[in-house]
Design a protein around this ligand. Structure first.
Ligand code: SAM
Length: 283
């Protein structure tokens, strides 16, 4: 039996065989710690279909393939085609699509996978340069994705799970916590990758809230949240004034929602933000 891919020796061997050098521009840091790969896959699979972003040379993919019925992986780097053909040849439940995940038609793919396999999860060691846009593409798919388990930069993980009034709390926190129960699972030191990045990572998990809890329109709500946090130093009133284009409307909104005129967006929890949005929409 061949050695697991997520080890320092096997990764070096694969990189040497294919004369492959990690591309910084694609955020390539290959996981070389088998216990991290196994723990991440264990937490991120539900014995159904799992979507991976950026299989790289297959370190995490292999672990996902051993724990799920289907792995659909999107990889942007064509150089990895022959590598993955070899490293994942033992797994006939893996499909690699060579495409930028940001251009993938997830709104069709996700419901189709759900219909075929019962449930869909996302599990990935994300390329750091597109963490937020990738996550929002998945967030947009709503509760069809029951679980998202991703490795991200440690500071970013803190932002997703941050509480109001902390320095990490912002629009990302409100948006993630509105749709999901967010939990940081464990930290991953930089030494677990080849090449080592300049920062440590963490695995963060998003578990979908029941659909009934999401009584407002997500896109409109996210838009207001972005407006409320537009300039962090400013009061919410000033940001709302710019967002609504009217000082009077901004003030009325705050009064109606029972929020002080001097409050800043970072003091508001998700529930208060939702209240503000309901007032804004006259709900
Ligand atoms: N999963 C592998 C692992 O854990 O070792 C590699 C993770 S590496 C941090 C990120 C991977 O995402 C790379 O393989 C990179 O080529 C790929 N990638 C970068 N941008 C992408 C995009 N827009 N769409 C799909 N894959 C992308």
């Amino acid at each position: 039996m061949t050695k697991a891919i997520a080890t320092a020796a096997r990764t070096r061997e694969i990189l040497n065989t294919y004369d492959l050098h990690a591309k910084k521009g694609y955020g390539q840091n290959f996981l070389v710690d088998l216990s991290v790969a196994a723990r991440c896959a264990e937490a991120g699979c539900l014995d159904s279909a799992v979507i991976e972003v950026g299989p790289g040379i297959g370190s995490l993919t292999e672990q996902l393939a051993q724990r799920s019925r289907k792995v659909l992986a999107f990889e942007v780097d064509e150089r990895l085609r022959p590598v993955l053909q070899e490293t994942l040849q033992a797994y006939d439940n893996v499909e690699v699509v060579f495409q930028d995940v940001l251009t993938a038609d997830l709104k069709t793919t996700v419901p189709e996978l759900k219909r075929q396999y019962g449930s869909v999860t996302v599990c990935a060691n994300l390329p750091y340069y597109i963490t937020s846009p990738v996550l929002f593409r998945f967030f947009e798919c709503g509760p069809d994705i029951s679980l998202i388990t991703v490795m991200v930069q440690k500071e970013v993980a803190d932002r997703f799970s941050a509480a109001p009034n902390s320095k990490d709390y912002g629009a990302l926190s409100v948006e993630a916590q509105y749709l999901y129960m967010v939990k940081k699972l464990f930290n991953v030191p930089r030494g677990c990758f080849n090449p080592s990045p300049n920062v440590d990572s963490a695995i963060v998990q998003f578990q979908a809230k029941p659909q009934a809890d999401l009584a407002i329109d997500t896109a409109g709500f996210f838009d207001l949240v972005q407006g409320a946090f537009k300039q962090r130093r400013k009061t919410l009133y000033n940001n709302l004034k710019e967002y609504t284009g009217s000082a009077e409307q901004a003030l009325n909104l705050l009064h109606e929602a029972g929020i002080g005129e001097q409050a800043r967006a970072q003091e508001l929890g998700t529930e208060e933000m939702i209240r503000l949005y309901r007032c804004y929409r006259g709900m």
